[in-house]
Design a protein around this ligand. Sequence first.
Ligand code: IPE
Ligand code: IPE
Ligand code: MG
Length: 249
Amino acid sequence: MSTLEKIDLKNTPNHIAIIMDGNGRWAEKQGESRLFGHGIGVESVREVLKGAQETNVKYLTLYAFSTENWNRPKAEVEGLMNLLVTTISNEVDELNKNNVKISTIGDLDRLPGDCKAEMISAFECTKTNTGVNLILALNYSAKLELVNAVKSIANDVVNGEYDIDAIDEQTIVQQLYTSEIPDPELLIRTSGEHRVSNFLLWQIAYTEFYFTNVLWPDFRKENLYDAIFDYQSRERRFGLVSEQIEKKA
Ligand code: IPE
Ligand code: IPE
Ligand code: MG
């Protein structure tokens, strides 16, 4: 029996974020290059997208490239950027057919020109779609996102457009890349690493974490179902005690 049949489809997470990790180790195990591993990882992206559609997940955020990843060997960085361009241009028709809306978080300006152009074109092509929101974190750093938010708010205060006492959580939320996106209920990290690596620090304040040893190129729909099923067994208390949660339910 597939885990899908055990999932309560009315109570799946609205937003799942994934740190897709382990492409390099997967490739090494096969005696292949790291780039080969990244290429195979694209199939896993197709899988989770299908899995998200089947489980009524509305937002899927995938960590594809961090600001720290620029420090990898030049050939790997270039290979990843090329993979991004070819994948997006090959997939955009299929994404459209499946009513997927694609967008990005992160600083697109530092991406090579063709990458940035490809992302903007995919965004334009799919912006009226109403199915799954596929959000790619590209050249993303949560710390930088927060630094930029602080700068922008400080600027408004200096210009007299904002009163310091009026600053609240919403003021900060509005300055984040994710201002239009609800916080993820579930964060998955593959490859057995138990860290956040500068991903969505503000947005995961009350997110449930799910770690799996599966390397990203091996990740399939069934692994997504397992994560959702595990999530559904948890009690999210948000600082309250159990009895209060039961009363609310
Ligand atoms: C994740 O796989 C993909 C990116 C960070 C772009 P890795 O390339 O980090 O794979 P490992 O962690 O070295 O195995
Ligand atoms: C996190 O993976 C970034 C992405 C998945 C894009 P890394 O492989 O770069 O993270 P660390 O270095 O293991 O923390
Ligand atoms: Mg890694």
